[in-house]
Design a protein. Structure first.
Length: 315
């Protein structure tokens, strides 16, 4: 433990914030499995909920107090300036959008989606600037992440692609009108720098980093599936979300569609769904007696995890 406590963190501010945020995650997950919604607590004021979310942004920004090597370590997953700025940016993005979702009664849904689209596009432009300033357009965060020698090159490519899919999915969840969905990705965003710090301190190795990070990403899918199964999350919307996620992965990775155009298109789809198609889709499922539980079992993404992350756990 002595390796974690240094003079670089004034008054241990970053560590205290990290502990508070970790406890906040645990509390929200407990509330979710109790009630089916992380922030639907009538005994908790809107102000307290917003403060709890803001603490996650403050945690990321407080990392600027800590010194970092200027150059990236290509032999082990460790924090470098580009990664830190990206982590701050994307954590802040999800915090802002989660707060916007909490204030759902104050804004029309269409206006909220337009605001969110502006936030997503702005975040993408800032991320591109960060990469041009502190990184490398060829050796990006995900595609150049170091892996242990026990994982083959082909399996590394599968894992990298799966990481990219989850990152794309996290951005898609920002456009939903659900604080649970926009908040969930913050865990993976903020656990990654913690794991990289543990690697730098020699407390875990590269394999453990990827194992824990992969499990954290998969937890988002588990919560989403759990919410659908117990009708905490509307199944019709889940279906639209799943189809949209598949489409944007094709448009982004196969067609190389610029992200600014991509998220503008997705925003139009979400506005159209909520304005015109939501009720029609619901009637369609009811008319044909489609059982959401049956489809849930068929679409359960365990196979996705096994196909792409198994090499992290089984040699």
């Amino acid at each position: 433990m002595a390796k974690l406590f240094t003079n670089h963190d004034p008054f241990n501010l970053h560590k205290i914030l990290g502990l508070i945020c970790l406890l906040h995650f645990i509390f929200r997950f407990f509330v979710f499995f109790q009630k089916g919604e992380m922030f639907d607590n009538q005994q908790e004021s809107l102000f307290i909920k917003i403060v709890c979310l803001v603490l996650h942004a403050v945690l990321s920004w407080s990392s600027l107090l800590l010194p970092l090597p200027k150059l990236r370590n290509h032999s082990s997953p460790m924090i470098w300036p580009e990664f830190r700025y990206h982590s701050i940016l994307f954590a802040t993005r999800h915090v802002l959008i989660s707060i916007l979702n909490l204030m759902s009664d104050n804004y029309p849904l269409t206006m909220k989606i337009i605001i969110k689209c502006c936030i997503l596009v702005s975040a993408n432009l800032i991320a591109r600037f960060i990469t041009s300033k502190f990184g490398d357009n060829d050796n990006r965060t995900t595609n150049s992440m170091p892996y242990p020698s026990t994982i083959s090159v082909s399996n590394q490519q599968k894992i990298k692609f799966e990481y990219a899919l989850y990152q794309l999915g996290a951005t898609l969840l920002c456009l939903t009108d659900n604080t649970l969905l926009s908040f969930m990705p913050i865990l993976a965003i903020q656990i990654a720098p913690l794991l990289m710090t543990l690697v730098r301190k020699g407390l875990i190795n590269a394999l453990k980093y990827h194992q824990i990070y992969a499990l954290t990403l998969s937890l988002n899918t588990l919560i989403l599936s759990y919410g659908v199964f117990y009708n905490y999350i509307d199944f019709n919307f889940y279906t639209v979300l799943a189809i949209t996620d598949k489409c944007i992965s094709i448009l982004r990775f196969k067609c190389k569609l610029p992200p600014e155009i991509l998220w503008a298109i997705v925003s139009i789809i979400f506005i159209s769904y909520n304005t015109f198609f939501s009720s029609q889709i619901k009637l369609f499922f009811e008319a044909y007696n489609i059982d959401s539980n049956m489809i849930f079992y068929i679409s359960l993404p365990i196979q996705l995890f096994i196909n792409n992350f198994y090499s992290l756990f089984f040699k």
